[in-house]
Design a protein around this ligand. Sequence first.
Ligand SMILES: [Zn+2]
Length: 462
Amino acid sequence: MKLLLVTTQEIFVYRKNRLNDRAAPTNDSAPFPTNSPDGCKSGDRQEHLAIRVRAAHVIGTCRHLYEGPSVRPICATCGGQITEADDSEEHIISAAIGGRRTVRGLLHQVCNNQAGQTWDAELERQLRPLALHFGVQRQRGQTLRMAITTTAGEELLLGPKGQLTMVRPNITRTPTPQGVNLQITAGSDAQAREVLEALKRKTPHIDVEGTLATAQVRRSYAQGAVQLQLGFGGELSGRSLVKSALALAHQAGIPVDRCGDALRYLREADGTPCFGYYYVGDLISDRPAEKPLHCVAIEANPETSLILGYVEYFGVHRAVVCLGRGYRGEAVKCIYAIDPRNGATFDLSVRLAFDEADIEAIYDYRMDDASGRQEAFGQVFGPALHAQREAERSRVFKEALDYAWANCGAEQNEMLTTQNMATISELFAERVMPWLQHVEGASAETARRQAKAFADFILRTA
Ligand SMILES: [Zn+2]
């Protein structure tokens, strides 16, 4: 029995395709009250606002919120009071896309679960191609995979770091005079074992371990290109995005009830989305080069009376949020930015110097710019794709060279004969041609010429 383990690698053709984003703007001005519904007038309110603002500098704890009945937190989604018994840990950035830091006193446990299963689940679904592409390490939970169909109709599973594997094993039966010869092609050891064990139940003499031990591992390349839908938007993921900004504002000590725009959007089924995409410039002034980035920033500014937020996913989806208006507390700024691949935090500055007119323009799609989006995608994807491809190319070339060297017929410590060198060149070319053809798009003739030229160069300089 012959067993092939096949893993495939592929170039990505990223196609960004916006889903139906936030509802088209209406001319209804009602959702934008210029005065806060519950202005900070009473002494009591002023005082607890001050407590919370001071607490903003102690990022990472929200225990102060339980310091008395007047500061008992209010659930962001249902509006009920939160007690220590029904409080929950809410991730500022969803854990499913690599978020780590949590806040308490923002959502009831029940409301947290509900938001997780709807808003955050949809956000995760939309961002899954990116999470897989960048190999996001989640704190818990199994490794993500996603079924995809290539342009050539191949059904594959997209796994971490863009690796593709077969969805189903393939079994070919060839009758021979001695019986039937089975050739199994499987995507992984586990899949191969599963097939062999199933076969063993019908044909007990099959040696599962022996067959696995002699399996050949081969890499092949998908014939078609992988097209990923990188759309982002819609009511559910929009609420997850706003919830992230609200969670950071809450952690920074801004009372949730000051964030009227966010609360209306989160609580009301037909609430007006309080965010818009921003691509006319980069709001992060010291963006780390070539890194995918999750960033949440908030800025409460008594001069503009706005509580603004900024949320960015993987460096490519960028939105400005207006959490609330009529803010009269202390100026507060807070930024939480991480590398989604490992949770490492970045120190960044985010510029959120917008007034009400700017916010209207952002909501009205006037700050969403196609070339700006393209640039944002290019900044992150260009280097990532290039690095991934270079790493795979090096691996393929090294393996091919090792194989050619080991099989050229030369004895150790002897000079290579002309015949040995010709064999090396031939075997090397045979091994790297699939890469050059399928990934770099060379014709068979060009691939062969390039491979042989590379081998000859190595032999001359070795
Ligand atoms: Zn609640």
